[in-house]
Design a protein around this ligand. Sequence first.
Ligand SMILES: [Fe+2]
Ligand SMILES: [Fe+2]
Length: 304
Amino acid sequence: MTPRAPATLMVVGDVHRFWRAFDADFLARERPALTMFVGDLGDEDVEITKTLAALTLPKVVMLGNHDAWQSFQKRTATPKLREILAVLGTDHLAYEVREVPEAGVSVIGARPFSWGGPSLRSPELYQELYGVHTHRSSAAKIVEAARRAQHRDLIILAHNGPLGLSQDAHDIYGKDFGKPGGDWGDRDLALALQRIEDLGMRVQMVIAGHMHNSLVQPRGEQRVRFCRLHDTMYINPAVVPRVREGQLGSESYFVRTRWLDGKCLEVEEVWADVRGLARYAKPAPFLELGHDREPFAEEEESDE
Ligand SMILES: [Fe+2]
Ligand SMILES: [Fe+2]
């Protein structure tokens, strides 16, 4: 029997309309078993969604708060958001599972459109689209999706990361605006992670953006975007903008991961150039979070 080759799973951070033709060339060359988008494609932007949906490769998308911007203002899904959801179809992984047998993992989609922080912003919109209106009911729906997974090793894909990892503005999901400091993570995701682990499944990796690399306050300071706590890797790929100028012209940011039999072997930060080649690739710098971080404690939640 020939040994199995590792599978590549590619991660694309908050797009915010920065998508070039050579990004598709890069993906075509790398042939990932799955490409995962953490959302904020544009501001409720049908055109950029169509561009990404047209990519002929295995992919999943977790839409972000910007992808439902006007819908949150109106507290109901606009025709544009309806169209975005129709264009993506089952590639939008909200409360769903995507199996990746090549990597030995199941990818579980969490709650889409997250703004982070304690409020769901529009429980009405979540009720309309997904039948949830509290963090608790949302957590239950994430766990339900995990129960349908065929693998015990999981990747969780979300727009914003979980509560429980951050204290300071520069932490992976730390609040860097208004009065900076504190944890801007999602409560439903933290609850779901606990319950999924209690079910005996292993959350190998949590992937979520939303909290951009360059802080608003203290201005320009860089966020910690890779950390590990209790055998789970947390990856925040939100380098915004995800393009920069290199020697050959534009370059685009990706996070490239390699997997074998449900275990992650490698996480790299990659800049792809206009030829669609990985021009710079370096191991992602992981911060080991100490045991001084108390596990997230469940609190009573009033209905919003
Ligand atoms: Fe964003
Ligand atoms: Fe966002």
